[in-house]
Design a binder for this molecule. Structure first.
Ligand code: MBD
Ligand code: FE
Length: 305
């Protein structure tokens, strides 16, 4: 079938059939996606069996709760960020800490702590490397933002996230930090491991067909927000991870890979009340002004506990 005929057919099915009130935006998007899909079926001569395999794939992926994992794996979540960066750039607002994807594993409602928090419940302390991280939240003029909110979440040593990994304690490795009156935050935790897609899951099943791996380098997620500033969604990477520039979700960015320092000085160790060396990361956030909110606040379904 010719593309022109496909366009007419899709319009017949979606537009000409309307007899009640129409949500024009939904109609426009549905028509476009349907038309493009029909063209792909035609151009690639997708068989009926292949078509139903695809339908079943998406149905199962949704049923097991992996749609929001497949999206970053296909690069779509990163693509949305590239477009948000372009919009900020057009508005003259592309500054501050780079954004990078949220991913599917945020959970709202983490305990709120002022200034400092310990994120880990101690169960992996002996096996893991103790991490201290601290920094300041600055505004676009380089002024500290008092009492900024820093939400932080990361994986454990097995690459699992509490809530989704029900073997972990409630809100393990998740906190909402309120920065002090000089915009400073700090926390103690353990250095996380990288995440891997469930090996028998739906996302990995497609990645296998594409000859791709499903690994992420070790990382720590943040939402940084404050009144009058655009909410920042970002991550930092743990430097040295073999997957640092080979992330299945394409989220690594220059500017988000702070130095991780091994602290061996006995005086520093004692000061933290520890008996062995630990790792330390210093990382400052810089927020963009609220006018950037055209692209700042992303609404999506999120888990809450
Ligand atoms: C993660 O931890 C993550 O951050 C993303 C983007 C996808 C899967 C797991
Ligand atoms: Fe993650």
């Amino acid at each position: 079938m010719k593309h022109k005929d496909i366009e007419q057919l899709a319009k017949n099915y979606i537009v000409d059939t309307a007899e009640g009130p129409v949500n024009k935006r939904v109609q426009e998007i549905t028509l476009r996606l349907l038309t493009d899909l029909m063209k792909a079926i035609e151009d690639l001569d997708i068989s009926q069996s292949e078509f139903w395999t695809g339908v079943d794939y998406f149905a199962k992926t949704g049923a097991v709760g992996e749609m929001a994992l497949l999206i970053p794996g296909l690069g779509l979540e990163r693509f949305l960020d590239i477009r948000a960066d372009e919009a900020d750039e057009r508005a003259g607002l592309l500054s501050g800490t780079p954004r990078t994807i949220e991913g599917p594993l945020y959970v709202a409602g983490a305990p709120v702590c002022e200034g400092f928090a310990r994120l880990d419940d101690g169960t992996e302390e002996a096996e893991g490397e103790i991490l201290f991280m601290d920094g300041t939240v600055f505004d676009h003029n380089g002024k500290p933002v008092p009492n900024a909110t820093v939400e932080v979440w990361h994986a454990n040593l097995k690459g699992g996230y509490s809530f989704f990994d029900t073997t972990q304690s409630e809100f393990n490795l998740r906190r909402t930090l309120i920065a002090d009156d000089q915009g400073r935050y700090s926390f103690r935790s353990i250095v996380p491991s990288g995440y891997s897609c469930p090996p028998n899951g739906q996302t990995q099943k497609l990645l296998d067909q594409l000859g791709r791996h499903g690994h992420r380098p070790a990382h720590i997620h943040f939402f940084v927000s404050a009144e009058g500033h655009a909410k920042l969604t970002t991550q930092i990477n743990i430097d040295g991870d073999p997957y640092l520039w080979d992330d299945f979700a394409f989220a690594s960015r220059e500017g988000l890979i702070p130095a991780i320092n091994k602290i061996t000085d006995p005086a520093e160790i004692q000061k933290r009340g520890l008996d062995r060396p630990f790792s330390s990361i210093h990382f400052d956030f810089q927020l963009r002004p609220a006018e950037a909110s055209v692209t700042a606040e992303v609404e999506r379904p999120r888990r809450a506990a």
